[in-house]
Design a protein around this ligand. Structure first.
Ligand SMILES: [Zn+2]
Ligand SMILES: [Zn+2]
Length: 252
């Protein structure tokens, strides 16, 4: 008699275990896959903490990290970034940008919060008249279901009280050959016809998600400067240090 009873007990215990695991099941961290309950936007707090700030400084060349190196001055007066584009920082941004149909959009708010904090840490972030995001390529926006920098910009502006972002730059041409990065060797940027009037004499914050070579930011800042912007500042979520700005056709 003991055998059927223990079988039944085992069956019941098994059912109870399944029921319990259904109740307390927590999916793993989107980055590391570990089952940690303390998370933000699906990413565990350890992964958030592993994302480091970038080592950039206003006094140093953004290209090589040196001083007096002869690399061309960027067309902006100032730049800030929240994260180094490496390891955890890069993974978080990829989770935000390259998920299907914007399914990771919950990451937008905490990532924007990091950039908002980086901006608020500097008094120079005040007195900005216009916020202009660098646009994604149309095809990429269609693939992802959202515009990465534009969406980030809306959250940053909401968190900092900066004016709502304006889509004054548009992108045309075919997108670049390399998947997974915003390189657009065959695409270019131009200002919308109405932009000249809005930009002239104003201080503009140009905002992008990632600065790798800096070529896209240089191109866009150049357009704003041509349109008569008084001053251009740059905010990027993540920055890849020590990459050359020098390649002539380089569009990141
Ligand atoms: Zn994690
Ligand atoms: Zn340099």
């Amino acid at each position: 008699m003991a055998v059927p009873f223990s079988r039944r007990a085992a069956r019941l215990a098994g059912r109870a275990a399944v029921g319990l695991s259904d109740l307390v099941f927590v999916p793993g961290c989107l980055r590391c896959g570990k089952f940690r309950s303390r998370r933000r936007a699906g990413v565990c707090l350890a992964c958030w903490a592993a994302a480091r700030p970038p080592l950039i400084s206003a006094a140093r060349c953004l290209d090589c990290g040196g001083t007096g190196c002869g690399h061309p001055e960027p067309p902006w007066s100032w730049m800030t970034a929240a994260l180094a584009y490496e390891e955890a920082g890069r993974d978080l941004i990829r989770l935000y940008k390259f998920s299907d149909q914007g399914g990771r959009l919950p990451l937008a708010r905490p990532l924007a919060g990091l950039l908002a904090a980086a901006l608020q840490a500097t008094a120079i972030s005040l007195d900005i008249d216009l916020v202009v995001p660098v646009p994604s390529h149309r095809a990429r926006r269609r693939d992802r279901g959202f515009d990465a920098a534009g969406h980030l910009a809306r959250h940053v502006c909401a968190a900092t009280g900066l004016p709502r972002p304006l889509a004054l730059i548009r992108r045309r041409g075919r997108r670049g050959p390399r998947a997974g990065a915003d390189d657009g060797h065959r695409s270019d940027y131009l200002l919308r016809p109405s932009a000249g009037r809005q930009v002239a004499g104003r201080t503009v914050l140009l905002l992008d998600d990632v600065c790798t070579t800096g070529a896209t930011l240089r191109r866009c800042a150049g357009l704003l400067a041509e349109a008569g912007a008084l001053e251009i500042r740059v905010a990027v979520l993540a920055f890849t240090p020590r990459r050359s700005f020098a390649s002539p056709a380089g569009m990141e």
